[in-house]
Design a protein around this ligand. Sequence first.
Ligand SMILES: [Zn+2]
Length: 342
Amino acid sequence: MNTLLPTSTAGSLPKPSWLAQPETLWSPWKLEGEELVEGRRDALRLSLDDQRHAGIDIVSDGEQTRQHFVTTFIEHLDGVDFQDRRTVKIRDRYEASVPTVVGAVTRPKSVFVDDAKFLRQYTKQPIKWALPGPMTMIDTLYDDHYKSREKLAWEFAKILNQEARELEAVGVDIIQFDEPAFNVFFDEVNDWGVAALEKAIEGLKCETAVHICYGYGIKANTDWKKTLGSEWRQYEEAFPKLQKSNIDIVSLECHNSQVPMDLIELIRGKKVMVGAIDVANDAIETPEAVADTLRKALRFVDADKLYPSTNCGMAPLARRVARGKLEALSAGAEMIRRELTV
Ligand SMILES: [Zn+2]
């Protein structure tokens, strides 16, 4: 990236109301068959247009072609039975009915590669594509086959690597792995979580990112945040290992959160996608508020490594709100660019 402080989003953007129920997370599709295929692509183009209009530098598909950031990927794999459902606790936080791993997991064909190719046709800007991380994937399943979280994560890492290599081949510039589970299972992160992530990026020449957040603004997450006290130090657990890893970019939640900004020092040398937009409320940030968060982050990350971003995905927000937040992000980043170049 030649742009100073290139802006991007951490993940999803809201879907149009004709495609899925608005302001709802993991909302079911409103279309079927061919109409759904075409509708998702139309939504992808609109989402790209919103990002461009707001002046976002690194664009994405806005996750318009997926219902859930983990499940949609898993639906395309063999070895997982979606009829055989068990109740598990996701990230030790909330119970959910999840599919069961019943045999060896494999990826019979690519999952998002056609969509990435489609997006590539419509823009010359850098593209970032999000995939679930191995540890977050195993946390949304019941494993009745490998009976080992580490083994299953390793198998997923190999599958993710196949997908990532194909995404790179069709012109994706940054591949991001979403690992909110890194904020919960600290021992596992250090024992094998970061290693599994490195397996997933093995051999890639494009840039790679890991997104670690405190989740969407849903009740289970906001209730959990209330239990975390006045300082959220979760990042402290994974950062030393990540600093030594081959990952290029670390995407973090920093705005309106209790994360002490100085924790970023622990990943010195990495590029940091600093979340400067709160996705858990409807209030549109002022450019000044965005700039303030970026300014604080600049004490711990070099300017050429700071990537202004959102705390997490914006799928559950109203489209008007998400657009406003994208514009605030651009305007806030521009304020800091000017400060840095005078
Ligand atoms: Zn997130």
